[in-house]
Each structure stands twice: as structure tokens, then as C-alpha cells.
Design a protein around this ligand. Structure first.
Ligand code: GUN
Length: 297
């Protein structure tokens, strides 16, 4: 049986980082300031520590300046807001992120809203989300931006196609559905959003030309839910028990081993959407340093 073409996020992510590295080398050769990304992390969550360390490492590898503000778990909301205010005003800093999740005593929405939208390289600020929704230049958050980039680089024809998005989260499903319906390429799709209250989900998934799976359940999408020739994008990352040295393996929201015989294109997990997120954050930071989205003055 014919297998789907793999949409190789690892490869594209590497290419994007190489492209950015070449651009940053030009800036440094001209004796101008390298783009500067700051990450703020509150507490000791091990997954967050790993993510932030990878972001800092990736930024440095392409010639950016990168630093991490590590604040203790008992940091007050006021102290965090003061740190953000300092970063907002620091001309040396082009963009910064506040790693989520935050400790429970801190109001996440208040924190995100206090970031200067022109430095919000995560694209989480309501101003950036709103600008994206009405088709203005904006920082788009890393996962949806990464998926758009993959569709673009693999020249997936999305115009007039039925795009079904599984999931309606603020950081993936919802922005993805908006982006795919815009008068853009990729985009121009007819979009359906399915979620936990959708009835007869299969009816929708089976008619999808492009199926974006961000539902948060391991191997939820089976081959009988997928139309032959569909483009399948898998956003899930889950650890499931496995009979190997580690005792687990990583799977997505899609049952890859089944669906690869039905789809025309598919993103693997790992190695699909995941690796794109860091390169999109770096791309946003590069754009922040160039003031491309929010022109200076
Ligand atoms: N936690 C998990 N993913 C992300 C991300 O992309 N940005 C931030 N700030 N926190 C996260």
C-alpha cells in the first residue's frame, strides 16, 4: 500500500534556522546589535525548564543573544509584573516570553496582557491575537505559525479545500481555524472546528481535505476517520507505555501507522509540528528586532 509523503518538520525547522542564522550573520558583520530574546520562567517545573533551555540554546546557535530570568516559585504577581515592565522598557531586549504554566497564585491573563505587544514574540497578547484575527500584521503563536509554514513549504493546495480543525484551544485550534479561513495562501479554506461537544465527529473528519488534529488524546484519529488523500497535521505529543528501554514512546493525536496509508501527506510525531515551534519563535524574535510588525516611532 502506498504511504503518505512525510511532512518533515525537523528538516524545515533546520532550514529556517539556517536562513535566520545567515540573516543574523549579516547584522553582526554590519556591527549592529544581534536580536535579543529573553525567557522568563517562574518556579521549577521540569518540562518548562527543558523547553526554556532548548529555546535559549537554539537562539544562541543562530547568533542571537538569549538570556533567561529564573524567578522562584513564590514570586508574587506584582514582582513578575515589575520584571515584565522592566523588559518592556529595555531597548536591548527585542522580544520576550513568559513560560507557561505559571504558579496558581499568578493570574496568567493579567501577565500576558502586561507584555508590550511589540515584544510579545509568543503571540499570546490579546492585541496580537486580535490583529491576526482581522488579518493585520501580528506575531502568530509558534504552533499555528509552524503549521502554516509547513503547508507553505510543502506547497499544499489549501484554497477552496475543506479544512477540519480538531480542538479549539486559544493557542492552537482557535488561531489555526482563523488562519486557514483567511484570504491568504496557505488559507482560503472552508473551515470546520470540531471539539469535545461535536456530535458525529467522523462525519466531519471524513470530509476533510486538510485535517489538523489538536484534540489532546493519544492516537485518537484512526484511518477510518480520514478521507483518502487527505493532508493530516498532527499537533499532539503524548507519552504512552512501550516495551522498550525507556518504557514509553511518543505518539501524536493521530494513529500514524494506520493513517499513513490513507493520507497523501502526514506530519510524524516526533519530528513534525513539534520542531517547528522553536524556529517560529526565533523567526518572530528576528522580526521583532527588525521592527517589521510594529514599526518604530
Ligand atoms: N509552555 C508550553 N509551550 C509554550 C510556549 O510556546 N510559550 C510559552 N510562553 N509557554 C509555553
Amino acid at each position: 500500500m502506498k504511504e503518505a509523503k512525510i511532512i518533515d518538520g525537523k528538516l524545515i525547522s533546520r532550514k529556517i534556522k539556517e536562513e535566520l542564522k545567515a540573516e543574523i550573520a549579516k547584522i553582526i558583520d554590519a556591527e549592529e546589535k544581534a536580536p535579543h530574546l529573553v525567557a522568563v520562567i517562574v518556579g521549577e517545573d521540569p518540562a518548562s525548564q527543558t523547553y526554556v533551555a532548548s529555546k535559549e540554546k537554539a537562539a544562541k546557535l543562530i547568533g542571537m543573544t538569549s538570556s533567561t530570568y529564573k524567578l522562584p516559585e513564590d514570586t508574587t504577581e506584582e514582582e513578575l509584573l515589575k520584571t515584565i515592565d522592566f523588559l518592556n522598557k529595555d531597548d536591548e531586549v527585542d522580544g520576550f516570553i513568559v513560560q507557561l504554566p505559571l504558579p496558581e497564585h499568578i493570574d496568567v491573563d493579567k501577565v500576558i496582557s502586561s507584555i508590550d505587544p511589540s515584544k510579545d514574540v509568543d503571540g499570546f497578547h490579546p492585541v496580537n491575537v486580535g490583529r491576526m484575527a482581522i488579518g493585520q500584521k501580528a506575531y502568530v503563536s509558534a504552533t499555528p505559525a509552524g503549521i502554516m509554514e509547513l503547508l507553505s513549504r510543502y506547497k499544499i493546495d489549501t484554497a477552496g479545500k475543506h479544512c477540519v480543525v480538531l480542538g479549539r484551544s486559544n493557542i492552537v485550534g482557535s488561531p489555526m481555524s482563523i488562519l486557514m479561513s483567511k484570504k491568504t495562501n496557505p488559507g482560503n479554506s472552508t473551515v470546520t472546528v470540531c471539539h469535545s461537544r461535536t456530535q458525529n465527529m467522523e462525519e466531519f473528519t471524513k470530509s476533510a481535505d486538510i485535517l489538523i488534529c489538536a484534540i489532546g488524546q493519544p492516537q485518537f484519529v484512526k484511518s477510518d476517520m480520514v478521507k483518502k488523500g487527505a493532508v493530516v497535521i498532527d499537533v499532539g505529543i503524548h507519552r504512552v507505555p512501550a516495551d522498550n528501554e525507556k518504557g514509553y514512546r511518543i505518539v501524536g493525536d493521530v494513529d500514524y501507522d494506520e493513517v499513513k496509508y490513507k493520507a497523501s501527506h502526514i506530519t510524524p510525531v516526533p519530528g513534525g509540528v513539534g520542531p517547528m515551534t522553536i524556529s517560529m519563535l526565533l523567526k518572530n524574535t528576528f522580526e521583532a528586532s527588525k521592527h517589521e510588525i510594529y514599526p518604530k516611532g
